[in-house]
Design a binder for this molecule. Structure first.
Ligand SMILES: C[S@@+](CC[C@H](N)C(=O)[O-])C[C@H]1O[C@@H](n2cnc3c(N)ncnc32)[C@H](O)[C@@H]1O
Ligand code: SF4
Length: 404
């Protein structure tokens, strides 16, 4: 996970050590690894992820690909020392940026370092994100050989004017080719990301994108409404009145269309923005949503170990410099109190199709539940509370009202 703005928090110790309370029992819990690759060929106007083009990084020492690879390898060693008796990794996820701007051998090298240092659980899910135009049949075959089991392509749309507004560099057909190549290379699970609500996108355009994605027969699909992130070129265009803000009713219609076409094709929703063929849910994201432990490697990456959240310095140069001086790259951290963990649990678990145990709710929350159920947003199923079909569109409001 690597949102671009870092939160406030207390300073993190230079040696990266964690409180004994966070480490207690770590060997008996599940552990995931996220590796943030902060490089992109060009910056899409809507994206505020922590990523840099070659022109932005320049030729100054400390920010090269080689520096990055050395620094992540050093952070892997540091994580091992800090965690002590850690379990083998249940999931590994390389995200970006554009991980596949690195050579398959470089990604494979980092994966091997994680495997040698922590071990991988049997059946570990090992994912990389990829831009459709950053892979070839040969590079996909090398990623498979290196141990990647799952790949997620940022397709976004199949409509030329939408791709243009999003400043995507690939053609509409490239994502479908990439899915076919990934299958031929032997990937067991292939996912596509789509974005809806781009200004100028009609409902018919969105249907075209969904149908085109489904024609590629992905195992998993994420559909996100376009978020206007402060500080992006896209936000500046909205502010200048060049493009309209996404319209709520239009977004609701498009969500409904996505859900009906995807479920009719055998992709069931398991989180508000995610659908999968049974058995192809993303275990890495489920680990975040269920509050497991994960270590985020790389510039700006966030980690969570036993109720302590910490996050790395953002810039690749500061990140590499810290590690070359044998310092932790963590910029700050926060300890989640019981109340924080409770709120977080409701926020994340109510977005899941499985919902959450009623027993987790406080008396006050249980008191507010009937009113929200009356509105048709939540329902109880046995001893669990789950979001309804209609409620999926209002899940943030449902959570807010439940928390009071
Ligand atoms: C950060 S990207 C990394 C993947 C890869 N670089 C790509 O673009 O294909 C991960 C996903 O986040 C989503 N995303 C990024 N910025 C977004 C925004 N402002 N609104 C909605 N979705 C966004 C896109 O769907 C994208 O595929
Ligand atoms: S390629 Fe992906 S990570 Fe890079 S700028 Fe575009 S959306 Fe963001």
């Amino acid at each position: 996970m690597s949102p671009s703005a870092l939160p406030e928090g207390e300073p993190a110790p230079e040696d990266g050590s964690l409180p004994a309370s966070a480490l207690a029992g770590v060997a008996g819990r599940r552990l995931s690894a996220y590796v943030h690759v902060p490089f992109c060929a060009s910056r899409c106007g809507y994206c505020d992820f922590n990523t840099y083009t070659a022109a932005e990084l320049g030729a100054a020492p400390g920010a090269s690909r080689a520096d990055y690879l050395d620094a992540v390898a050093a952070e892997i060693g540091l994580a091992r020392r800090v965690l002590g008796e850690a379990p083998p990794l249940s999931t590994v996820f390389f995200g970006g940026g554009t991980p596949t701007l690195l050579e398959a051998s470089e990604l494979g090298g980092l994966l091997a370092a994680l495997r040698d240092t922590f071990g991988l659980a049997p059946d570990a899910e090992v994912t990389t994100e990829a831009n459709p135009d950053s892979v070839t049949p040969a590079s996909l075959a090398r990623l498979r050989e290196a141990g990647f089991t799952r790949i997620s392509f940022g397709m976004q749309s199949a409509v030329p004017h939408v791709l243009r507004l999003l400043e995507r560099t690939h053609t509409p057909g490239r994502a479908r080719d990439a899915v076919r190549w990934a299958r031929e290379a032997g990937f067991a699970s292939v996912s596509l990301d789509l974005i809806y609500g781009t200004p100028g996108e009609s409902v018919a355009d969105w249907r075209t994108s969904l149908e085109s994605a489904l024609a590629a027969e992905p195992d998993h699909l994420s559909a996100y409404s376009l978020i206007v992130e402060d500080g992006t070129r896209f936000a500046a265009r909205v502010r200048r009145g060049e493009v309209p803000l996404p319209d709520e009713d239009d977004l609701a219609d498009k969500y409904e269309l996505a859900d009906s076409l995807l479920s009719a094709s055998g992709l069931a929703w398991y989180e508000v923005s995610n659908w999968a063929r049974p058995g192809h849910e993303c275990w890495h994201n489920l680990a975040y949503w269920r509050g497991d432990d994960w270590w985020g490697f790389g510039p700006g990456a966030h980690s969570h170990i036993g109720g302590v959240r910490f996050w790395n310095v953002k810039h690749p140069r500061s990140y590499a410099t810290r590690l070359s001086q044998r310092h932790s790259p963590a910029a700050g951290r926060e300890r989640l109190g019981d109340d924080d963990r409770h709120v977080e649990r409701i926020l994340l678990e109510l977005r899941l199709a499985e919902g959450m145990p009623l027993a987790v709710l406080t008396d006050a929350e249980r008191g507010r539940l009937p009113e929200i159920i009356g509105r048709g947003w939540l329902e109880t199923r046995g001893d669990r509370v789950v979001v309804t079909h209609e409620g999926r569109l209002f899940v943030d409001a449902a959570v807010r009202d439940l928390l009071g």
